[in-house]
Write a protein that binds this ligand. Structure first.
Ligand SMILES: [Fe+2]
Length: 471
């Protein structure tokens, strides 16, 4: 604290003696000023130096020197630290990114969507990128969450903040976090569910947890204080990774569509066995039903992403879309993830045409940007635009084994090999959604056909060839 107070005085002296810039003061002389200004004044003074100011680098140098003397648990200290982060810490999305979009949910002010085809063919083909530097303690925490929760570990510090681990505040605090009305974001996304967003609805006697995240003891305690969980609802099989842990902790009834049920454990699938779920829906595509005892909670079968994908519409306002629908800031309307379409793109498009989608205002996906529309009419117009856009994308689906190989290839440094993986492993529809330029499918098919054609040509006896060709 001694050094810190000295610096406070030093700052105050700089101000009182009115030197026009920080560079005019020598921190080594700070001790001579000891005794007047307090911590709060100091923090306020330095944090108010704008990032773009020519004085900031000097202020940051001074602050870094004295960081160890600041109480790391005070909010002011974190504001200050984040202010320094603007100069000293930078984050980067790497080519390991496969478009889970977790970072854009956790830190929407920092990470943004990449425009398709904006990346060079041999460069990093990440789907999200850094839009701005850290400018507040909240943003710094959000970036830490993004780095921790990204299921493919595609975010890293390009310049790491110099701070001791024991000084860092808890990564997730204050969750579940209220979104609007009685709907909450659970936070704590983890790799078990490919870091999907989980949501909690606090409805007297019918508390619902949708696509639950990691069953962290603090999260369990917080939910317990809010009345516990009575229903565990899953939009589709990809998000059931934490089903067992939450069921054991809450004994809430579990609900999903039968078409996504996992009957037996397998080393080839990361999903838990779900055949014992209390509610296994047998809805047909486009059919709807309500949660038992809660008519305000509608369930819609929307296959396409997976055969058993369902959406939840609560109070005709909140639409929980799983992986079937999300918002795109770049396109300016709702979209669906073409790369991660496992069943059928045509079916996924068709699923969005049911009448129940007349009324909603919030779109809350498992992966991808959230959106609150001004009115149900605006939401409906955006959905119409989405269907129009989807009909113009390449048909088919992404074959899951190819996708797994493609993910493995993305762990390599970006270059020729990763570009070839993009070009040869993805279908044309999926390739159109990649941020980097790829070889068109007709070319890749041609390349794949040349070796067998050559072999056939060479193996054919000369006499047969003479008969076949007009020689
Ligand atoms: Fe999914």
């Amino acid at each position: 604290m001694g050094c810190f107070r000295s610096l406070s005085l030093y700052v105050a002296c700089c101000r009182d003696q009115a030197p026009p810039s920080w560079a005019a003061c020598d921190p080594a002389e700070a001790d001579a000023c000891c005794g007047a200004a307090g911590q709060k004044e100091f923090l306020g003074l330095v944090a108010s130096v704008p990032v773009e100011s020519s004085e900031q680098p000097r202020a940051v140098e001074v602050l870094w020197h004295f960081l160890r003397d600041i109480d790391p648990w005070s909010l002011d200290a974190w504001r200050l630290f984040a202010s320094m982060g603007a100069q000293r810490a930078n984050q980067q999305v790497t080519s390991k990114c496969v478009g889970a979009m977790t970072c854009r949910v956790l830190a929407p002010e920092i990470f943004r969507e990449v425009v398709a085809r904006s990346k060079p063919a041999l460069g990093p083909g990440n789907f999200s990128e850094v839009g701005k530097d850290i400018a507040s303690a909240e943003e710094y925490t959000a970036v830490r969450q993004a780095i921790f929760s990204c299921p493919f570990k595609a975010i890293r510090w390009s310049r790491q903040p110099r701070v001791r681990l024991e000084q860092l505040p808890p990564l997730y605090e204050g969750f579940p976090k209220r979104i609007e009305d009685n709907v909450y974001f659970m936070g704590h996304p983890d790799a078990n569910t490919f870091a999907c967003a989980g949501f909690f609805i606090r409805h007297e006697g019918h508390n619902i947890l949708i696509d639950p995240p990691i069953a962290h003891p603090k999260l369990l305690e917080a939910v317990q204080q809010m009345g516990g969980v009575q229903h565990l609802c899953f939009t589709h099989v990809d998000h059931t990774g934490n089903a067992t842990a939450w069921y054991e902790a809450t004994k809430a009834s579990r609900l999903m569509h039968k078409d996504d049920m996992v009957e037996a454990e397998s080393k080839y699938t990361p999903f838990p066995v779900t055949k014992g779920f209390e509610h296994l829906l047998e809805l047909k595509a486009g059919e709807t039903t309500a949660l038992e005892g809660l008519a305000e909670f509608q369930i819609i079968h929307t296959p396409g992403h997976t055969a058993g994908s369902i959406m939840f519409l609560y109070k005709k306002k909140f639409l929980f879309t799983g992986d079937s629908l999300h918002y795109s800031a770049v396109k300016g309307h709702l979209v669906a993830a073409r790369v991660q379409c496992w069943q059928s793109w045509e079916l996924q498009t068709q699923s969005l045409l049911v009448n129940i989608f007349q009324d909603f205002q919030w779109v809350l996906p498992g992966h991808g940007d959230w959106r609150r529309f001004e009115s149900p009419g605006a939401a409906r117009a955006s959905l119409d635009r989405c269907v129009w856009w989807m009909k113009r994308q390449g048909r088919g689906r992404t074959w899951l084994p190819w996708y797994v190989i493609w993910i493995e290839c993305r762990k390599l440094p970006p270059g020729l090999f990763t570009w070839l993986a993009d070009s040869f492993l993805m279908t044309q529809g999926a390739k159109d959604s990649l941020p980097n330029w790829t070889l068109p499918s007709w070319f890749t098919s041609l390349v794949l056909l040349i070796p067998p054609a050559m072999l056939l040509f060479c193996a054919m006896p000369w006499t047969t060839l003479k008969r076949a060709l007009p020689l």
